[in-house]
Write a protein that binds this ligand. Structure first.
Ligand SMILES: Cc1cc2nc3c(=O)[nH]c(=O)nc-3n(C[C@H](O)[C@H](O)[C@H](O)COP(=O)(O)O)c2cc1C
Length: 247
């Protein structure tokens, strides 16, 4: 069985995973965003799992790691997909690889894919675009062949990994119609149904799912904080970066 396992707060990771799954006729999907789901899934050595995560500050989002650790790979083949917003993915692959190996998966291939930056939306806007789509569908076939034939693969990154740091960009809303969409979508339960304007800063992972989900675009990061972060990262975010295939 082929599984597409994704953690995709704003849709870029899911879009990339769908393109890279093109070669498989049937797939089962596991959504790591769903805080109410049971992730204690047991796979078999015949299974192939494409696992796609976004890079957050060069690492796998901690909640995605926690949920992947509940799974038992039992020798299932893993295709690692790291999606990033045109800056850099740093240690995301090795972070994901170690988690998957610890859970009993066998990495056989992967891809780094550039997608629209979920905080600074003007960078890599609309990517994966048509050019990416053609490339990723072609790579899907190559990854399928590699997964079926087996064999080692090596990924870039450093151990120990970059330390996980808090990102002080909690989205908040001034106006709100209390529709509760952000409350349901939040992967960590950081938004209260009683008053969705409030976000629990201890729980929030700044993934931007609530910002993308809000039907009236009410949720925003403080513009001054956003401008400061953008000016620090600007030069690293510029220019078109290319996707990479690992076989
Ligand atoms: C908290 C946070 C940290 C991020 N860190 C990085 C990063 O280190 N490098 C990078 O290139 N993009 C970074 N991004 C951009 C995302 O990796 C990219 O937009 C990705 O496509 C988001 O996936 P999604 O659309 O599935 O939510 C970050 C985004 C967020 C929200």
């Amino acid at each position: 069985m082929f599984y597409e396992i994704t953690f995709s707060p704003t849709g870029g990771t899911k879009k990339s995973a769908d393109l890279l799954s093109d070669a498989w006729k049937e797939k089962a999907e596991i959504d790591l965003m769903d805080r109410k789901a049971d992730f204690t899934k047991i796979f078999t050595a015949e299974d192939i799992c494409l696992v796609a995560v976004p890079s957050f500050a060069g690492r796998v989002p901690a909640v995605a790691t926690e949920r992947l650790k509940q799974m038992q790979g039992n020798g299932a083949k893993a295709i690692l997909v790291v999606v990033y917003g045109n800056r850099a993915y740093e240690d995301t692959f090795v972070d994901l690889e170690d988690t998957l190996k610890e859970s009993g998966f066998q990495p056989v291939g992967g891809a780094a894919v550039v997608a629209e930056h979920s905080i600074f939306r003007e960078y890599a806007a609309n990517r994966p675009d048509e050019k990416d789509a053609l490339q990723l569908k072609e790579w899907s076939q190559k990854l399928k062949e590699k997964a079926e034939n087996g064999g080692e693969v090596s990924f870039p990154g450093n151990r120990p990994y970059k330390p996980l740091g808090a990102i002080p960009m909690i989205p908040r809303a001034e106006i709100c119609q209390n529709c509760g969409k952000c409350v349901s979508r939040c992967p960590v339960g950081a938004i209260s149904m009683a008053d969705p304007r409030e976000t629990d800063a201890e729980k929030c992972i700044v993934c931007m799912a609530c910002v993308a989900e809000c039907p009236i675009q009410a949720r925003k990061v403080d513009p001054a904080i956003l401008a400061g972060a953008k000016s620090r990262l600007q030069s690293a975010l510029e220019g078109r970066k290319e996707n990479e295939l690992f076989l």
